[in-house]
Ligand binder design. Structure first.
Ligand SMILES: Cc1ncc(COP(=O)(O)O)c(C=O)c1O
Length: 380
């Protein structure tokens, strides 16, 4: 019913993904937004708001908060109070607000690795030290190293755990057992859990269910947004769900005078997405799953690459060790593709490929990889 095959020209819109390599014959498959036109009800809600003509500071409202409440109930069977929702200008400022509000200088902050670069950076921005919890491959699925998890969360000066679930870049979704263990350890050692769940509405694998941290732990901070799923990241709008009023206050105090109001256009866009976007999202997930399977099938024909099926997100985390090159990212650039360099996430032998694009574009990218690989094999 919806046309995810449409290739939309983003030239002239200053889109970060395309602008970075403007004028070069490179298929941009890096920053995590998709190439899909946001659903029509979102565009309508934005047009209606724009036509009003006044764009002063704007706060959230009850129907917006009810749309979040209903979405979380329908998607995750999570019953929340609307008073638990705090609106933010993005998930990145929100997790930085958590580090700022729940640590003192020289404290430690646990973060998994590989990870979204701003998460790896957040501890040092607030004069804290990052304690890295590695991810390992178990039965063809990335999971947190449980020994490291236990060891790190029991460090006396570890005050915050910035969790990324679903994982960017690895694509795993924590099981109930895994999440419960993290919560247990955080409670036991008095570590504030902050869970970045920006990719949670992008579950691709049948049978996999995302569980919000706040559903199991009322003392956690859950960060979400409609931005990735509905391709509205440029609107600068996300939300934190914090059931505990004391923790809510501590979070707010940490941002007081520093963080800006969310972009007012983010509110109607989010409300429309959560209220009218379900059918569109369902088709998007089907489309993305086929894209994911296509990458998996095509790259796994080559011993140079290893890719584990992402349970969620539109991101493929590709192990390029088999290429035997110092800089796989550069290899992809020479092939005519611009993925994200794995080095930015902590793994220089990997690249991250964004497959949130029209199938024809993905097929073209995969053909470029095949062609370049052929030349690579001949020359090595
Ligand atoms: C895990 C994760 N958190 C946060 C963000 C960005 O959040 P925002 O644009 O709301 O600051 C991204 C974007 O790629 C992400 O992957």
């Amino acid at each position: 019913m919806y046309n995810f095959d449409e290739v939309i020209d983003r030239r002239g819109t200053s889109a970060i993904k395309h602008d970075k390599y403007a004028g070069r014959d490179l298929i941009p498959l890096w920053v995590a937004d998709s190439e899909f036109r946001t659903p029509e009800p979102v565009i309508e809600a934005l047009s209606n708001r724009v036509s009003h003509g006044l764009f002063g500071y704007t706060r959230d409202n009850e129907s917006l908060n009810l749309s979040v409440k209903n979405w979380l109930k329908n998607e995750y069977n999570w019953e929340i109070e609307t008073s638990w929702i705090l609106w933010c200008s993005g998930v990145v400022p929100a997790f930085n607000q958590v580090v700022r509000g729940f640590t003192n200088t020289d404290d430690k902050v646990a973060v998994q690795t590989p990870n979204y670069p701003p998460m790896l950076k957040a501890p040092s921005l607030h004069n804290c030290h990052a304690l890295l919890i590695p991810t390992k491959l178990v039965n063809n699925r990335w999971q947190l190293d449980d020994k490291a998890l236990e060891f790190i969360l029991q460090q006396p000066s570890c005050k915050v755990f910035l969790l990324c679930n679903p994982m960017n870049p690895c694509g795993s979704v924590l099981t109930e057992k895994e999440l419960s263990r993290i919560i247990e350890l955080c409670q036991q050692h008095d570590v504030q859990l902050c869970s970045d769940e920006i990719h949670c509405d992008l579950i691709l694998e049948p049978g996999v269910q995302h569980i919000p941290a706040g559903k199991l732990d009322p003392n956690s901070i859950t960060l979400m947004a409609a931005s990735k799923t509905f391709n509205i990241a440029g609107l600068g709008c996300s939300f934190a769900i914090i059931p505990n009023s004391k923790i809510r206050k501590q979070f707010l105090d940490a941002g007081d005078g520093i963080v800006s109001h969310p972009n007012l256009l983010g509110y109607p866009a989010t409300e429309a997405a959560f209220t009218h976007g379900k059918a569109w999202q369902t088709e998007e997930l089907t489309y993305l799953k086929t894209n994911r399977d296509l990458i998996q099938e095509r790259l796994s024909q080559h011993p140079e690459f290893k890719v584990v099926c992402s349970e969620a997100t539109f991101l493929a985390w590709v192990d390029c060790t088999g290429l035997k090159v110092d800089n796989p990212f550069q290899w992809f650039i020479e092939a005519g593709l611009a993925p994200s360099p794995g080095a930015d996430f902590g793994e220089p032998q990997f690249v991250r490929i964004n497959f949130g694009c029209a199938r024809s574009v993905l097929e073209q990218a995969l053909t470029r990889i095949d062609d370049h690989l052929e030349k690579h094999r001949q020359s090595s």
